[in-house]
Design a protein around this ligand. Structure first.
Ligand code: 5GP
Ligand code: ZN
Length: 114
């Protein structure tokens, strides 16, 4: 998608601190980290948000969670614990409309969210 900032990151038109890439997904550090570890994991395919997922997306989303778990291990937060979040729509706080998952950790995280 042309005007999508995450599609531009995928196409390497915008730089990022890339942590992981394969044929289906990439993961990179969030530009405005909310925790010592704050990684964004996205599919290479442009999907607006969680509402747009189809049954066929199940494998892709499962793969994203496996990648998140692997990154959590690599970055040393697996044992201490972490959180995976996907904001959807206005009330969910989504600002970038390319479906993505936040991997947060490295400090005590508050619950419930504000
Ligand atoms: P959302 O608010 O949509 O759930 O999350 C979007 C996230 O993308 C935010 O945490 C924001 O800091 C991050 N973000 C927005 N633009 C960029 C960018 O150009 N580069 C990187 N690395 N992260 C970005
Ligand atoms: Zn996109």
């Amino acid at each position: 998608m042309e005007d999508c900032i995450f599609c531009k990151i995928i196409k390497k038109q915008i730089p990022c601190e890339m942590l992981y890439e394969d044929d289906k997904v990439i993961a990179f550090n969030d530009i405005s980290p909310q925790a010592p570890v704050h990684v964004i994991i996205i599919p290479k395919q442009h999907i607006d948000d969680l509402n747009c997922l189809k049954q066929e997306s199940s494998e892709l989303i499962g793969h994203i969670f496996m990648v998140a778990r692997e990154i959590a291990g690599t970055l040393g937060i697996a044992e201490g614990g972490y959180r995976i979040v996907s904001n959807c729509g206005e009330q969910g706080g989504q600002t970038v409309h390319h479906v993505h998952f936040h991997l947060l950790g490295g400090r005590m995280l508050q619950w419930p969210p504000g």
